[in-house]
Design a protein around this ligand. Sequence first.
Ligand code: TYC
Length: 99
Amino acid sequence: DGDSVVAERKEQKTKPPQMHQVVMLNDDYTPMEFVVVVIQEFFNKDRESATQIMLKIHLDGKGICGVYSRDVAATKVLQVQEAARQAGHPLQCLSEPVD
Ligand code: TYC
């Protein structure tokens, strides 16, 4: 009945956290090799997977490097931005909630 539904909801209230995808954007200047190394280092991909992701970004304009909790995704974005800044490349990435 209604009471048991309410009691059950109270015990099962927690939902999994919203996940966020880290999207990397193409540009005309960042070397392909730099992008591959960044994807390997910060998104824990092997060289083959990183190369496939880089080529997808290069061809489509953007691509998903990984899906994480909001805080981890935000940290990945900062790590990529700092690596790009330090190397003098315009590489950009962002995080957005997964639908
Ligand atoms: N378009 C770049 C080039 O031709 C390569 C590149 C790929 C840059 C992916 C950014 O996110 C990127 N050198």
